[in-house]
Design a protein around this ligand. Structure first.
Ligand code: FAD
Ligand code: SF4
Length: 333
């Protein structure tokens, strides 16, 4: 009988206790290094022997990357904060419940206990061909196995496909974009802060990455400004099973109302493209409109402009239309 060894390819393990030491290691090992947070995504890759880094930099001992702090203008969440801490944090539940609701929908309690917010944002796509080690475009090859007439592609993209039709599956990402969050990134030359909306990558720019993170970068924190604190929120994720599963479509909305008029709104859909999709045309159309069933239904229709279904994912079109409609109609203060 064949003996299957579930062994991981050997690597050097580093456990720095400061951001500076982690960045020095990233500078030293460059593309051959791997940042390791909760390990949920990372260990899958290593055990399947598809990703084979030389140096693994485990962030687990860096205290300054952990925890949730109030700031003058909102809240700052360290990249190594677990999803469970985010779900349970009273301040986030009070002011930014869109994020705690989204984090609560990630996978299972065990995964939320171990998985970090930084890892959730930086996680790779779940296209099963790519995850299975098939040498597709994203893996450096010259074909997409998911986009042929016989491919199974029911989880794949409606928007922004370009050779690769894989989607972003982070549940916290659309919530953070709706809240106008900022992502704090450090490399050895200093810190830069980008809008969460601009953190994600499309294949037309770089097919090998899901985010703008470069090999020398560390995501250190997420800052949520008070702009949308206490607004009306809506998060909904539809998946095949109500046990742990990735979204087929997810929607996050933040809305400010004056009486029954929509003053301002941010609307983001995920798992329909390579990055979370902010629906700015729909947002523009909604501002100044009455908060009504008809306006919500029109928003659902407008959201679909430009959608291009594949062989097996056309069901995502009515699904997305209905989620957008419900997000506008049922948003709760
Ligand atoms: C069975 C299963 C079900 C899941 N279901 C869902 C789901 O329903 N919804 C959902 O959103 N997610 C889901 N996930 C994904 C899970 O939430 C992520 O795997 C997890 O959040 C990743 O966090 P981590 O801390 O374990 O990251 P790791 O696995 O350690 O890292 C993930 C990636 O992020 C990079 N990274 C991590 N931290 C940093 C940092 N600070 N700076 C730079 N790069 C960094 C790593 O290099 C790696 O590429 C699921 C995962 C599993 C295993
Ligand atoms: S969708 Fe992207 S990740 Fe999946 S097989 Fe095609 S190129 Fe690879």
């Amino acid at each position: 009988m064949a003996v299957i060894h579930d062994t991981i390819q050997a690597f050097e393990l580093f456990q720095p206790s400061s951001i500076e030491d982690a960045l020095a290691l990233k500078r030293r090992y460059g593309k051959t290094s791997w940042t390791f947070a909760g390990g949920l995504d990372s260990l899958d890759w290593f055990k399947d022997r598809i990703k084979r880094p030389e140096a693994v930099i485990d962030l687990g001992s860096i205290e300054e990357l952990k925890g949730i702090r109030s700031t003058d203008d909102g809240i700052e969440i360290g990249a190594l904060t677990t999803l469970t801490e985010i779900v349970n944090n009273a301040d986030i539940r009070e002011r930014f419940s869109l994020l705690s609701d989204a984090a609560a929908k990630v996978a299972t309690p065990q995964i939320r206990n171990q998985g970090t917010i930084g890892g959730n944002l930086a996680q790779d796509t779940r296209c099963w061909y790519y995850r299975g080690g098939w040498p597709c475009y994203r893996a450096g090859g010259n074909i997409c196995y998911a986009d042929t007439p016989t491919s199974i592609n029911r989880e794949h993209a409606l928007f922004e496909a370009n050779r690769c039709v894989a989607v972003n599956v982070s549940d916290t990402a659309p919530a953070l974009i709706a809240l106008d969050a900022k992502i704090v990134i450090r490399d050895s030359s200093g810190e830069r802060v980008v809008d969460a909306e601009d953190f994600f990558m499309v294949p037309a720019i770089d097919i090998r990455r899901m985010t703008i993170l470069e090999p020398g970068d560390l995501l250190t924190a997420i800052r949520i400004p008070n702009t949308w604190a206490g607004a009306a929120f809506y998060f909904e994720k539809v998946r095949d099973r109500q046990a742990w599963d990735f979204a087929l479509v997810a929607v996050a909305a933040a809305m400010k109302l004056s009486g029954t008029t929509i003053d301002d709104v941010r609307l983001v859909v995920n798992s329909v493209g390579p990055r979370p999709l902010r629906l700015t045309d729909v947002e523009r159309q909604l501002k100044g409109q009455p908060h009504s069933e008809d306006v919500a239904a029109d928003a659902g229709e407008l959201a679909l402009l430009g959608a291009r279904p594949l062989q097996h994912n056309a069901f995502k079109i009515p699904l997305m239309r209905n989620l957008v409609r419900r997000a506008i109609r049922d948003v709760e203060a």
